[in-house]
Ligand binder design. Structure first.
Ligand code: ADP
Length: 359
């Protein structure tokens, strides 16, 4: 990339260009100070997911050794498992600047151009919800990722001009909760593909302990285990439990969060022994109205007032893991255990289970 600085595009050269997304996304809404202070800042502080951490460590060490940007990386997995945290850690470990945006914020190619041209050498560009990048913008990303260049089209019709732009070598880190929605050519341009899975209890227990020490609150091991077993395998959820338990301990003047205290704190949040929250119970009650028939996702979403995406990404996986719900080719069905959970009559024995996808 010798001499590429000369042809680096300066955003102000584009009269009237809306270069907002980078600025808009510098402080995404979820990055509240409290949340920030709980984010692990280095690979060493990132607990769990050992295979992912090891692969990243190798990739980072190799890239730093060569003085090159790290390969483009795609993280997939349910919300709250650490994808954003890992993107921040990567930038930190590479000693580079992180630029954050989201797929839906990149409405037009010029939004992307605005961000790409602000990247410094070996910077990290993080695109959350990358499956929602519009197709027209996605195509610009292809050459940006492969050759660190883009051909930007100015104007339309007979006045259209192509402006070739050189970019600094950078690393794109994408995060998606719906990897299946990413096109094959897009996926193929990532060098590393890491899938995050729900955390086992022991890892969540360590995360809860770490959070307790950051929040300066005493947490006993049985208290940590109680919370870890009810947080759906998700660090963000165990951290939320910890913050609420900390508030309660402070208000009630409790010395430590032990098992009984943790149970009381979760009861107040409407979280039951299985880690189910009110929305989970609403979903089960909706399905329990027709225990012998499958119900479509659209119908459930309309009944409980939640988006189909959130139902699929956040609520269903836990209900499936608990064995309260099953998916069939025709829709979702409640199980006998699910009916019992919400005090509804169970499905009849002859309930049709043909077309079952998985339980
Ligand atoms: P995602 O981007 O996958 O939705 P985040 O990276 O925003 O998830 O993580 C949510 C919160 O959970 C973060 O604020 C962080 O405090 C915590 N967290 C996630 N993974 C870990 C981990 N492995 N170790 C410690 N804390 C974690």
């Amino acid at each position: 990339m010798e001499g590429h600085n000369e042809s680096v595009f300066h955003p102000e050269a584009l009269a009237g260009a809306d270069l907002g997304p980078d600025e808009r996304e510098q402080s995404p809404p979820e990055t509240r100070p409290d949340q920030e202070s709980l984010r692990p800042a280095s690979l060493g502080a990132f607990l769990g997911q050992p295979r992912v951490v090891e692969n990243l460590r190798v990739a980072l060490t190799a890239a730093k050794g060569r003085g090159e940007p790290a390969d483009h990386i795609l993280f997939s997995g349910p919300p709250g498992l650490g994808k954003t945290s890992l993107a921040r850690i990567l930038a930190h470990e590479l000693g580079s600047t992180l630029h954050s945006t989201t797929g839906p914020a990149l409405e037009r190619p010029r939004d992307l151009v605005g961000i790409l041209t602000q990247l410094g050498p070996r910077d990290v560009l993080f695109i959350d919800e990358i499956h929602r990048v519009p197709a027209a913008v996605e195509e610009y990303l292809y050459t940006a990722m492969e050759d660190y260049s883009i051909d930007f089209t100015l104007d339309t019709g007979p006045h259209a001009r192509i402006l070739p732009l050189s970019l600094e070598p950078f690393t794109l880190v994408g995060a998606t909760t719906r990897e299946g929605l990413l096109s094959a050519p897009f996926r193929a341009r990532f060098g590393l593909f890491e899938r995050l899975r729900p955390y086992p209890t022991e890892d969540l227990l360590r995360i809860a302990m770490r959070t307790a020490s950051l929040l300066a609150v005493e947490l006993t091991e049985d208290g940590a285990r109680y919370l870890a077993e009810r947080c759906r395998g998700t660090p963000r959820v165990v951290n939320r439990f910890m913050r609420r338990a900390r508030d309660l301990a402070q208000v009630q003047g409790a010395d430590a969060i032990d098992k009984d205290f943790a149970r009381g704190a979760l009861e107040r949040l409407g979280v039951d022994e299985w880690g189910l929250e009110e929305m989970d119970r609403q979903i089960l009650r909706c399905l329990a109205q027709t225990p012998n028939e499958a119900v479509g996702l659209k119908t459930i979403a309309a009944t409980v007032g939640e988006s189909e995406d959130t139902l699929e990404e956040v609520f269903e996986p836990h209900l499936l893991r608990c064995g309260f719900l099953r998916k069939t080719a025709r829709g979702r069905m409640i199980t006998a255990a699910g009916c019992e959970r919400v005090g509804a009559p169970p499905p009849t024995e002859s309930s049709d289970s043909s077309g079952e996808l998985f339980t």
